[in-house]
Design a protein around this ligand. Structure first.
Ligand code: G6P
Ligand code: ZN
Length: 562
């Protein structure tokens, strides 16, 4: 079929600055006339000379507006000289699977339609994110360029009547302005499953779940929170690993996630926590809307903090076939993530990196073969098999280690703490605060803690005291390309290794969210099994005092504690 593109006049929007992970706004904002079109055109323009003849992967997490946006993006790619779009059936592909496809098919990049763990539906959130040819989220230089284009944009290109059927698998070929344009609608699950089969030993995982003569079946409960991972989870856990249908729940991707907030933590994945508390299952995992985050629970809902999860994986990577072949290059965590992995890196003898919040900062280290395993306190864990964090990968990595170590989740944690000591960690979130109030609070806090006399200050609560060793606004220089990310969060580092971190979230769609992170290291064997909220109480109180959070935000308590 022959099509002609047209150019539509538009006016720039001034609020299209991508955050930690792409542009995230309410659906209604994206539905404004030309709003989505403008941002997509800016992404395409940012490709410069690479745009003509490019190949792009396209997929989203199945939330409300994904399909409309995917069809629109196909029309715009057609008009902008893109050679081929590889799109998931119904417009659905998980974020890790997009990263894999970009790498496997060697494409120019990919466009991901997701607001990750934010709720979905007509009155909820939507997002658009661009990933570059390494499969990872665009670095700051690219997102800044996209933003600069948005504020000047005066037209976009579209083929209005190219209506591709993205519900049917197959290759569709069109002629647009005399040139060939191809849309390949793919099964979004197949390539990802084969990647997992290359990384892990599926037969030992099957034996673990099924049990053997000398060992009971290992009962898992996987909750997809009605997000994108459902079909992946069904294929891997039920069809490949032989788990029963009752081992997987909420596996149909829904546009509004069935009303759930698809964020795998103790608050929003409460359903998984209560199911595990019944004591029937040995292992529980939940994933977020787009499939890159994970939460791991042991029997009786024994909670593994993401920081500990990273550290336990780090000290057992030898059990995963992928790392036996690829080797273990280095470990990394984001700055607010507790320092448990630091000690493992030291013990294993590999390099360690501390990067700002945001998966994009791991990519350049991986591309330079300096990093194998990394994670963030925000329930993200992953490796250099792709350039995104990967929820299902994390669950399989845990199961692989359990299969080899023949220990429960709790036993693995306890032996880890006995060997390395324990980083107690908690995060307090104050969601949807007034943005100006929060900016004022951060400004004042920075001034206070960076005044020259602050180092050496003793901060106390009840009978516990901490002496400030260093306080700053975190500044990162990428060791590979020298790029700088400044002002990435206020750090208070104490002489005993404890830390208070304060930063504003970069993923909200409205208002401001303050995050306070508390990390305290303990190696006294008798204190290892304490409750984090109790152990950290003095430091938490100090953090609330230093930030004056109640005064600035008017909030008596956080909205979420993880
Ligand atoms: C997304 C990114 C993560 C990052 C997180 C931080 O999930 O993919 O890499 O850790 O956002 O979110 P925040 O709201 O704290 O900026
Ligand atoms: Zn996500």
């Amino acid at each position: 079929m022959e099509f002609r593109s047209s150019t539509v006049h538009t006016k720039p929007f001034d609020d299209q600055k991508p955050g930690t992970s792409g542009l995230r706004k309410k659906v209604k904002v994206f539905q404004q006339k030309n709003y989505t079109e403008n941002f997509v055109q800016a992404i395409l323009n940012s490709l410069g000379d690479e745009l003509k003849g490019s190949v792009l992967v396209l997929g989203g997490d199945g939330r409300y507006y994904v399909k409309d946006a995917a069809k629109l993006i196909v029309k715009m790619c057609a008009a902008n000289g893109v050679k081929k779009v590889i799109v998931g059936q119904h417009g659905i592909v998980s974020t890790p699977a997009v990263s894999n496809l970009i790498r496997k098919r060697n494409t120019t990049g990919g466009i991901i339609l997701t607001a990750s763990h934010n709720p979905g539906g007509p009155d909820q959130d939507f997002g658009i994110k661009f990933n570059t040819k390494n499969g990872g989220p665009a670095p700051d230089s690219v997102t800044t360029e996209i933003f600069n284009i948005t504020v000047r944009l005066d037209s976009y290109n579209i083929v209005p009547d190219l209506d591709c059927d993205i519900d049917t698998l197959g290759v569709n070929t069109y002629t647009v302005d005399g040139k060939e344009f191809v849309v390949e609608v793919i099964d979004s699950v197949a390539d990802y499953v084969s990647l997992m089969k290359d990384i892990f030993d599926f037969s030992s995982l099957r034996d673990l779940l099924k049990g053997t003569e000398s060992r009971d079946p290992f009962r898992v409960l996987i909750n997809s929170l009605n997000g994108v991972t459902g079909p992946y989870v069904r294929e891997i856990f039920v069809n490949e690993l032989g788990a029963g249908e009752s081992s997987i729940v909420n596996t149909k991707p829904l546009e509004d996630f069935g009303g759930l907030h698809p964020d795998p933590n103790l608050t929003y994945a409460a359903e998984l926590v209560s199911a595990l508390k019944e004591g029937v299952h040995d292992f529980g995992a939940a994933f977020d809307g787009d499939g890159d985050r994970n939460m791991i629970l042991g029997k009786n809902a024994f909670f593994v903090t993401p920081s500990d999860s990273l550290a336990v994986l780090g000290s057992h990577l030898r059990h995963i076939p992928y790392f036996r072949i690829e080797g273990v290059k280095g470990f990394a965590r984001s700055m607010p993530t507790a320092g448990a992995i630091d000690r493992v890196a030291n013990a294993v003898g590999v390099d360690f990196y501390e990067v700002p919040t945001g998966w994009k900062y791991f990519g350049s280290l991986m591309d330079a073969s300096r990093l194998s395993l990394c994670g963030e306190e925000s329930f993200g864990t992953g490796s250099d098999h792709i350039r995104e964090k990967d929820g299902i990968w994390a669950a399989l990595a845990w199961l692989q280690i359990i299969a080899c170590e023949k220990k429960s989740v709790e036993e693995l944690l306890i032996s880890h703490w006995k060997r390395f000591g324990r980083n107690f960690f908690t995060r307090y979130d104050y969601e949807n605060c007034n943005a100006d109030d929060c900016a004022r609070m951060m400004h004042k806090l920075e001034q206070t803690v960076t005044s020259p006399a602050y180092v050496g200050t003793q901060l106390s609560h009840k009978n516990k005291s901490y002496v400030v060793k260093l306080a700053d606004n975190f500044h990162y220089e990428d060791p590979v390309d020298g790029s700088i990310a400044a002002r990435q969060g206020i750090r208070l580092l104490f002489e005993d290794g404890s830390r208070i971190i304060v930063r504003l979230s970069g993923t909200g769609s409205s208002g401001a969210t303050v995050r306070i992170y508390i990390d305290s290291y303990e190696k006294d064997e008798n204190l290892l099994l304490g409750d984090a909220q109790v152990v950290l109480s003095p430091l938490i109180n100090i953090a609330l005092d230093v930030t004056e959070i109640k005064i600035h935000t008017g909030r008596e308590a956080p909205t979420v504690i993880t």
